[in-house]
Design a protein around this ligand. Structure first.
Ligand code: PLP
Length: 376
């Protein structure tokens, strides 16, 4: 009998949060129930506990949770005493949040092209973008692997610049410096930021984010900014914001954090299986990272020349796929104020025209990956 005929064709989604929930359903349910019974929905011990556990995971850095990953980036910039017009170097091939907060704070984004292999900022092009107004570099560790942090930190040190790592997609990835030092993603710059948006490597069931720093004084200041610029209630030392992770989300994240390494291992195995199956296909370029960084495959992003055709074929077989990201930020109306819309970033524009992200999540099966590879 034809197996295909009796087993209905299962759709393959980009992500399957339901399957993940089922793995630790009872633990999550009781964590949520405990918060409800405690009545401590804002701040409180559950948030502190999660911050301490995540800090432990992140090489004992300081962790300050906040409302979402975009807030985390904004708060990071607010903590650096910058002034209007100061220049922030970043990548145009990222989610808009990275550059948006720069504009929101009346700072100036200076975009630098990406590397074709990692899709991250091209470290060899950073120095020529530095001026006397440059204050900070924001590398984005796109799709779950790292920008070249060794070179970026060296450039920053030499030019007295801050580095904010946007680790929204790379939490759990590991980077090794040439002296052998191994670091968790987000712990290498002056500040790291991350997001707990449901689909991220460590996701909650709503919005959430965090800032990471090894600097105690910066940590204190960040905590104050998150809390209306106050260290002590009703005593405001500076202009801050209201941005906090709620206790129910913290409780959910605290459960999921225990399985983060395991989930990342599953993502890596899935990514490597894709690589293996797609290696022979000459018209598909598989994602690759730096030799000295793990790739957590937050996204599994290939390059194809005939993308529209490929995406239609996948859709016909009920396989999801997404384009992250179709348009470079520097050409978008929101960013014309940066004054770079006339520049051509060859690698970014090429990537925008070729990238296609395929389904990947800890619970994806080898059969599903095989079906996707065969369809491709
Ligand atoms: C998701 C994401 C953000 C923003 O996170 P939110 O929690 O959605 O605000 C920022 N930068 C990158 C690279 C992201 O992928």
């Amino acid at each position: 009998m034809d197996i295909e005929a009796v087993i209905p064709n299962q759709k393959i989604p980009m992500n399957d949060l339901g399957a993940q929930y089922l793995r630790y359903e009872s633990e999550i349910d009781s964590a949520i129930e405990n918060v409800i019974q405690s009545g401590q929905f804002i701040k409180g011990s559950k948030v502190t506990e999660f911050e301490a556990n995540l800090a432990e995971f992140l090489d004992k850095s300081h962790v300050i949770t906040c409302g979402n990953g975009t807030d985390a980036l904004q708060i990071a910039l607010m903590a650096l005493d910058l002034k209007e017009g100061d220049e922030i170097i970043t990548t145009p091939f990222t989610f808009a949040a990275t550059a948006e907060v720069i504009g929101l704070l009346r700072l100036k984004p200076v975009f630098v092209d990406i590397r074709p292999d990692t899709f991250c900022i091209d470290e060899t092009k950073i120095e020529e973008a530095i001026t006397s107004s440059t204050r900070c570099i924001i590398p984005v560790h796109l799709f779950g692997t790292h920008a070249n942090m060794e070179v970026i930190m060296e450039i920053a040190h030499r030019h007295h610049l801050y580095v904010i790592e946007d680790a929204a997609q790379s939490l759990g990835a590991e980077y090794q410096f040439s002296d052998g030092r191994k670091c968790q993603s987000g712990t290498m710059g002056h500040i790291g930021t991350t997001s707990f948006f449901p689909s991220k490597n460590l996701g909650c069931y709503g919005d959430g984010g965090a800032l990471i720093t090894r600097d105690f004084l910066l940590a204190e200041k960040i905590r104050m900014i998150c809390n209306h610029g106050a260290r002590k209630k009703y005593y405001h030392e500076m202009i801050g914001v209201n941005s906090r992770l709620d206790a129910i989300q913290a409780a959910i994240l605290d459960v999921k954090l225990k399985y983060l390494n395991q989930d990342i291992q599953s993502r890596m195995a899935a990514g490597e299986y894709y690589n293996q199956l797609l290696a022979q296909k000459s018209d598909i370029i598989c994602p690759s990272g730096l030799q000295n960084s793990t790739h957590t495959y937050h996204q599994y992003t290939i390059r194809v020349k005939n993308r529209q055709e490929v995406q239609e074929k996948l859709r016909y077989s009920e396989i999801s796929s997404m384009i992250y990201y179709p348009v470079s930020l520097h050409t978008q109306p929101a960013f014309t104020f940066a004054g770079q819309s006339g520049i051509t970033f060859n690698e970014t524009e090429k990537a925008c025209g070729e990238v296609l992200s395929l389904p990947i999540y800890p619970d994806i099966t080898r059969e599903q990956i095989k079906k996707i590879a065969q369809t491709l």
